[in-house]
Design a binder for this molecule. Structure first.
Ligand SMILES: *Cc1c(COP(=O)(O)O)cnc(C)c1O
Length: 419
């Protein structure tokens, strides 16, 4: 459920007509609904409440300070994959004790920064990283809390480009090496390996792969405990999908019940790292049709938004529902169009053969479910101004990231005095 609805023939975000935001802020622009964001955060949190977990929101899905502050107020911690994201989380008031640090390539400087901040744990993805953490912690005279990210070699059944839990992915420690790596961790005096972590992929639309991976991991925990490893934390990662099109991902309640069934009597502190399921449907991207171009075989809607503003379709064939901001008349024809952006790349295509009601030059369209992995991935390719973000709250809105101008971009460049 979200708060983007037609009222009087115009798509609104809560009580604000999107035509108003387009007129006042310009397009393209991301628009988030505070009520939707908070609702999703509460539904997920309340579904898991019986498990008394720590929920660490995956900052990479949407790291805007306003979004992070709203989630901090709902009790969320943060899952970060860089020192930059850690800074973002800390700046938004998320306590260090609720931050977990994932990612395959933590540098010594990042490890040091995280130890200085006093984060809850590192999710360690290799032997080499374990040794690096030991060295940095030893030099600082502190002990690092770590979970080992184990790759359960389970197919998440999602798009190949967002699957992370198969043996040939770069993520995590190979399943059959887990016992050895825990034994290695135990010999390191400045590392305390009290947790186990997994994350098998994103946009999962079924419970079964989660259940298979969690069940395997629970077996491993029993073996580790039997060998005397003090495993106290189980971090189950993120990955719960959202409906972009006609998929029906499991509800948080069903996910929670499955987790309870699988991990029930293990006496572990559970950690979750949801990203998309919290913010995905709380945002849309608004764009204007610049031209409608007819060729012999196709009709193109050419938008002022491009792959630099919303990368998901170009990056991994992602589907976004595209709707006209002016409500189409009942029974309006739906003819297939190619929805494309202005960027000089053949992959700058948002949708092919997409049935759309009649739209003309100057009309507004909205990409639904664009709150996750939208603005965070945006860039300025083709010297396009960085897309702004707006947060709506009832009948008011605020620009929470202004459009970066081309003059600002140019000002970032430095010409050496030998040119
Ligand atoms: C991306 C990521 C997440 C969040 O994934 P979603 O599909 O957005 O829930 C959680 N944990 C890790 C380690 C990740 O890389």
């Amino acid at each position: 459920m979200d708060h983007f609805e037609y009222r009087n023939g115009i798509l609104h975000a809560e009580d604000v007509p999107l035509t108003r935001i387009a007129a006042e802020v310009g397009t393209p622009v991301y628009v988030y609904s505070r009520a939707t964001l908070t609702r999703h955060a509460r539904v997920f949190r309340d579904a898991l409440a019986g498990l008394d977990p720590l929920i660490c929101y995956a900052v990479k899905a949407n790291g805007n300070q306003a979004v992070l502050k709203l989630l901090a107020a709902e009790g969320y911690g943060a899952d970060v994959v860089s020192a930059g994201e850690m800074k973002r989380a800390l700046a938004a008031g998320i306590p260090a004790g609720k931050i977990v640090f994932s990612g395959v390539a933590k540098t010594d400087a990042e490890i040091r920064a995280a130890l200085e901040a006093g984060i809850l744990q590192f999710n360690v993805e290799s032997d080499a990283e374990l040794d690096a953490i030991e060295q940095v912690a030893a030099a600082m005279g502190v002990t690092a809390r770590v979970s080992l990210r184990i790759n359960p070699d389970v197919d998440a059944g999602t798009h190949a480009k967002i699957t992370t839990g198969k043996a040939d992915n770069k993520f995590g420690i190979a399943w059959d090496r887990a016992i050895d790596v825990y034994a290695h961790a135990r010999r390191l005096p400045h590392v305390e390996a009290t947790g186990i972590d997994l994350h098998i992929g994103s946009q999962l639309s079924k419970l079964e792969p989660f259940e298979a991976a969690f069940t395997r991991t629970v077996e491993l925990i029993r073996r580790l405990k039997a060998e005397g490893h003090p495993i106290r934390h189980l971090d189950l990662g993120g990955g719960l999908g959202i409906p972009y099109s006609d998929e029906t991902p499991p509800a948080p309640q069903a996910y929670a019940e499955m987790v309870h069934r699988v991990t029930g009597n293990l006496d572990l502190k559970l950690i979750f790292e949801p990203g998309r399921v919290i913010v995905g449907n709380a945002g849309l991207m608004l764009s204007e049709v610049v031209y409608v171009k007819e060729t012999a075989s196709k009709r193109f809607l050419i938008l002022d938004a491009g792959m630099n503003d919303l990368m998901r379709p170009a990056l991994y064939d992602a589907y976004h529902e595209v709707v006209a901001v002016n409500e189409p008349a009942a029974g309006a024809p739906r003819d297939p169009v190619e929805i494309v952006g202005p960027v000089c790349e053949s992959t700058d295509v948002f949708a092919r053969e997409r049935p759309m009601p009649p739209v003309a030059r100057g009309d507004l369209v909205a990409f639904r479910s664009a709150g996750a992995y939208g603005a965070t991935m945006s860039n300025t390719y083709n010297a396009r101004e960085l897309v702004p973000e707006v947060l709506v709250d009832g009948d008011r809105y605020a620009v929470i990231r202004p459009r970066q101008t081309v003059d600002e971009l140019i000002a970032m460049d430095r010409v050496p005095d030998w040119i």
